[in-house]
Design a protein around this ligand. Structure first.
Ligand code: UGA
Length: 432
């Protein structure tokens, strides 16, 4: 099929590339000319395992191209995907300005029947608004369909090529048949439902996963006080198929561009229809507090942090990505600086993105390696569970620090691994 993806962010770029990989003719469109030029040169703007190779392969065989010419690419396509951002407004609500603008652009470009698919995460009712915009501006027949995206950063290619399910929100049999055909090579789990349910499935799924994380983090906080080990508690809970073992890893809370944005948006969506989503409000509050456990543990171990040197391992909101949006590391480092600590920080790939948050470059010492960061520190805090940190020589690490205080915000190490060291070791929800 001929497909056009508008917006070359995470969702648009990865989806476009993956659909070209399964044999479709794909055009990725963006109004950012510089970004399109870079993509044409084979430069990938995001770090995502496997993506670069697929781009090279599919541009090479002519299945994939990049352009800023929206009109031509809409006219050539059977299906047009809207994949532009829906950032948070100060109220927490999703900003639909870009989605609505693209809907207008598509309507003005149309030259015959088109299926317009919304992949951007949009509040319930948005696809009906898009339908109204297109029908006002275009004389041509069309269908607007919601197909929410469930890919995770860091495993986006794999998630897109092998999704758990595809949700197709439409009441049009014609669109449903075409889109089922398109997605069949990816999975057998295809669910056709109403547009508004599809929109809600996306928010409900992210909100539920965020709830699991905040739930296990609160259990962890209680475990610390009653002498239980949250890792074993989560494992024991996970054997129950109704609960499941995933997303029960306690730590310093969720970050990223999706959970914080989508949980706040769903609270707003509920509020707009006079419903107070009390549970989700607590999930957000628990998450915002959880990161400060690192500071409490530092205070508990070192007392006043004034003049103490604190090493930070991990700045990205999770491993295998250079994305630092809503990363807990930001609040933690800002608090350390406020308390007068000297901060040394390192991330395998996200440092460049993270540094942009600091107008005064000298505030933090940005290090080139994990060991350089730890050298002469009074305490070391692990904030992102990169594989690299799991494999370090702990005895060597023990020897190079000023004080052997290790705060493991992601429960990466086991007691056994630390047996030969003199570390004062603190983790999340496990006995000291
Ligand atoms: C999330 C969802 O998992 C995707 O299904 C969804 O498509 C995406 O948002 C989106 O809406 O676009 P993502 O934000 O890439 O994906 O990352 P996750 O792997 O879900 O991790 C989110 C955060 O939760 C990370 O900060 C991670 O460290 C944290 N987390 C995750 C935990 O603290 N504990 C866990 O057990 C799992």
């Amino acid at each position: 099929m001929k497909l056009t993806f508008i917006g070359t962010g995470y969702v648009g770029l990865v989806s476009g590339v993956c659909f070209s990989e399964i044999g479709n003719q794909v055009t990725c469109v963006d109004k950012d000319l510089a970004k399109i030029e870079r993509l044409k040169q084979g430069e990938v703007p995001i770090y995502e395992p496997g993506l670069q190779e697929l781009i090279e392969k599919n541009t090479g065989i002519g299945n994939l191209k990049f352009t800023s010419d929206l009109t031509t690419s809409v006219q050539e396509a059977d299906v047009v995907f809207i994949c532009v951002g829906t950032p948070s407004l100060p109220s927490g609500e999703a900003n639909l300005e870009y989605v609505e603008q693209v809907a207008q652009d598509i309507a003005l470009a149309m030259n015959g029947y088109k299926i317009v698919v919304t992949k951007s995460t949009v509040p319930v009712g948005t696809n009906d608004k898009i339908k109204a915009i297109v029908s006002q501006l275009s004389p041509h027949p069309f269908d607007v369909v919601s197909i929410p995206e469930f890919l995770r950063e860091g495993s986006a290619v794999k998630d897109t090529l092998r999704p758990d399910r595809i949700i197709i929100g439409t009441s049009s049999e014609r669109a449903a048949a075409t889109l089922t055909e398109l997605h069949k090579p990816l999975t057998d789990e295809i669910m056709i439902t109403e547009v508004r349910s599809a929109e809600m499935i996306k928010y409900a799924s992210n909100a539920f996963l965020a709830t699991k994380i905040s739930f296990i983090n609160e259990i962890a906080n209680i475990c610390e006080k009653v002498g239980a080990d949250v890792t074993n508690v989560a494992k024991g809970m996970g054997y129950d198929k109704r609960i499941g073992s995933s997303f029960l890893q306690a730590g310093i809370g969720y970050g990223g561009s999706c959970f914080p944005k989508d949980t706040n948006a769903l609270i707003q969506i509920a509020g707009n229809v006079d419903y107070e989503f009390k549970l989700l409000k607590s999930v957000v509050e628990v998450n915002n507090d959880q990161r400060f456990n690192i500071i409490s543990k530092l205070n508990h171990s070192l007392g006043n942090l004034q003049g103490k040197t604190i090493g930070i391992w991990g700045l990205a909101f999770k491993p295998n990505t250079d994305d630092v949006r809503e990363a807990p590391a930001l609040d933690i480092i800002k608090t350390l600086l406020k308390e007068g600590a000297v901060v040394k920080a390192y991330d395998p790939i996200a440092t460049a993105n993270f540094r942009q948050f600091f107008s005064n470059e000298g505030d933090v010492e940005w290090c080139e390696s994990a060991m350089e960061t730890a050298e002469s520190c009074d305490a070391l805090c692990l904030l992102t569970d990169w594989a690299e940190f799991k494999e370090v020589d702990l005895q060597h690490l023990n020897g190079i620090m000023k004080q052997p205080v290790l705060i493991d915000g992601r429960n990466v190490y086991s007691r056994d691994q630390l047996a030969e060291t003199t570390f004062q070791y603190y983790s999340i929800g496990r006995p000291e």
